[in-house]
Each structure stands twice: as structure tokens, then as C-alpha cells.
Ligand binder design. Structure first.
Ligand code: NDP
Length: 295
């Protein structure tokens, strides 16, 4: 299968590319940087989609970049790097003489309202209560192509855990130094997924011709994981203590109040349709996932 991946140079994209190539598929990235097996967004708009069987979009400015102040300019970049790239790929699919058969977008569980008790499946409502939920709504709406022969699949991902990027790379050193701990009360749910399962679900969506619609990209046991449990398990996997809670005010001071919601609140999300679709998780439980990552 020939697969075009927007944002394929990133943390998830590199792992997905490796998995797809190991399964005999060919991968072309759409990127802001030139390079081998890459086309630019401008080239995509100008000359259209290269001949391919499937398209995936993973592009997005890192929301939790602690070096970027949470203000209007950064918010616009966070939105446009997701919504505009998705629109560009959707338009390229519509305009293609030989359209691809599959179109997969990875968004986030920020679609569902944070709650310490509610449990959400793919059929639960959401998408219209705060910045992140509205972002996910416009991102997913940008991907819609009514009547297209390309099957549309949206994977709503939790926090992606893996080596060499994402949340783990931001937390590794404080935890290694014994300075890590729960954020705020630590009681908030922590929806997570191992990177091998997120890329596995995307690959499953590409290869299964009957699959379409929403799939939650979270580990089956993640609805029972709180931020505090995560901190304890991560510290245990590293053989370090996790004694120091990071107060909520400090998280808000670094990230800004609106963005800090992502860290101080969380959702209990179940991968109901993902499991029903036949996907088998490699890392359903947190200790096994963390052992693999810190090994
Ligand atoms: P990365 O931060 O690694 O970024 C992915 C790619 O997006 C980059 O390699 C870059 O490609 C492209 N990109 C970054 N900023 C911009 C921009 N301003 N305009 C256009 N393209 C840009 O993301 P991940 O791999 O961690 O995540 C992939 C997708 O999954 C993202 O959309 C993210 O929101 C979503 N997601 C990730 C989660 C996580 O925990 N990692 C959790 C939930 C959802 P290049 O430089 O080649 O142009």
C-alpha cells in the first residue's frame, strides 16, 4: 500500500512510518522540511496528491511546548497546524483523479468533557465546551468528505507514551532525578496509550477495509489510571521515588490556565469500538507499557 502521511516526521509519525515499512507499505511524508520521500504542503496544494492508496494526518504544533506562551498567536498556530493541514489533505483527496481508499486522522480525547467519574465511549457526546473540545470538533469536521470513496477513520488518542518524544521525554529527567510526582491533586484520570498501540490502531484502520468512523486510541485499562497512579508507576519503573506533587498553581504558571486543564483534569475513556473492530492491544496495562518504555 502507498501511504501519504502529513506530519509523518514527528514522534508518532516516525513510529508509524517504521511500522508501515516493516509491513511492506511505502510511505511519503508531507512536511514543512524538504528531504527524501517527502513533499511540501505547498507542493501538495499545487500539484495534488501523489498516487496513493491511503492518507493519514498527524500534523500539529506541540500544544504542551513549555517554551511557547499560551496566547493568541500560539493558539492560532495550534489550530491551523491541525485544521488547515487536514483541510489541505481532504481537498487533495477530493481532487485526486484516482482517490485513495482510506483517510485516517489522529485527534485527541480532549473531545470529551473532563470528569473524575464519567466514562466515555466513541458514541459519547462532546466537542463543544472548551478550547480543546472545539479544536477537536473543527479538526474532525475538516476531515469530512461526504460521498468520498475514501473510508474516513478518526482515532481520538490519549497521552501517547513511548521513547524519544511526547509526554515521557518531558517527564523523564524530573522523574529520574527523583523530582517527579503527581500533577495537582493527582486524582484526575490519565487517559494513555503506548505508541506501539496507537500506530497499531492506525495500521489496523488502514488495512481493514470495513473500518470507518471514530476509534478511541486509549489502553483498555486507562480509564482506571489516575495521574497519581501514573506518577507512582512511572517512578517505580525507573526505580525512583515519586514523592513531590507539582502544585496546580505551578502547572498553571508554566502552561497558562487554559492549557493547564490538559494536565490538571482528565477523562476516563474506553476503546469500545476499537476493541469491537478486532484490534488487540500489545500493552493493555500500564506497568507493562512503562517497563517496555524505560527498558
Ligand atoms: P509532534 O509534535 O511530533 O508533531 C508532528 C508533526 O507535525 C511534526 O513532525 C511537524 O512536521 C508537524 N508540525 C508541527 N508544527 C506544525 C505547524 N505549525 N504547521 C504544520 N505542521 C506542523 O506530534 P506527535 O507525533 O506527538 O502527534 C501526532 C498527532 O497526534 C498530532 O496532531 C497531535 O496533536 C496528536 N496527538 C498526540 C498526542 C501525544 O501524546 N503525542 C496525544 C493526542 C493527540 P514537519 O516538521 O515535518 O512539518
Amino acid at each position: 500500500m502507498r501511504v501519504v502521511v502529513g506530519g509523518g516526521t514527528g514522534f508518532v509519525g516516525r513510529a508509524l512510518t517504521q511500522l508501515l515499512r516493516s509491513r511492506g507499505h511505502q510511505v511519503t511524508h508531507v512536511s514543512r522540511q524538504g528531504g527524501k520521500d517527502r513533499i511540501s504542503w505547498e507542493e501538495l496544494s499545487r500539484t495534488g496528491l501523489p498516487l496513493c492508496d491511503a492518507v493519514v494526518n498527524l500534523a500539529g504544533e506541540n500544544v504542551l511546548n513549555p517554551f511557547r506562551r499560551w496566547g493568541d498567536a500560539f493558539c492560532k498556530e495550534v489550530i491551523s497546524s491541525r485544521v488547515e493541514t487536514t483541510k489541505t489533505l481532504a481537498k487533495a483527496i477530493v481532487d485526486a483523479e484516482q482517490p485513495p481508499h482510506a483517510w485516517v486522522l489522529v485527534t485527541g480525547v480532549g473531545y470529551y468533557r473532563p470528569s473524575p467519574t464519567a466514562e466515555y465511549t466513541e458514541d459519547s457526546p462532546g466537542g463543544n465546551f472548551d478550547f480543546f473540545s472545539r479544536l477537536v470538533s473543527s479538526w474532525e469536521t475538516a476531515a469530512l468528505i461526504p460521498g468520498s470513496p475514501a473510508r474516513g477513520v478518526v482515532v481520538r488518542s490519549g497521552v501517547v507514551l513511548g521513547q524519544g518524544g511526547g509526554a515521557i521525554s518531558q517527564m523523564l529527567w524530573p522523574f529520574r532525578l527523583g523530582l517527579g510526582g503527581p500533577l495537582g491533586s493527582g486524582l484526575q484520570p490519565f487517559p494513555w496509550i503506548h505508541i506501539r498501540d496507537l500506530t497499531g490502531i492506525v495500521c489496523h484502520a488502514l488495512e481493514n477495509e470495513c473500518l470507518q468512523g471514530i476509534l478511541n486510541g486509549v489502553a483498555p485499562s486507562s480509564s482506571a489510571t489516575s495521574n497519581g497512579t501514573f506518577a507512582q508507576e512511572f517512578a517505580a519503573a525507573l526505580g525512583r521515588p515519586a514523592l513531590l506533587p507539582v502544585p496546580a498553581w505551578a502547572v498553571r504558571a508554566v502552561f497558562g490556565a487554559e492549557r493547564a486543564i490538559m494536565l490538571l483534569e482528565g477523562q476516563k475513556v474506553l476503546p469500545k469500538r476499537t476493541l469491537e473492530s478486532g484490534y488487540r492491544f500489545v500493552f493493555p496495562d500500564l506497568p507493562g507499557a512503562l517497563k517496555d518504555i524505560v527498558a
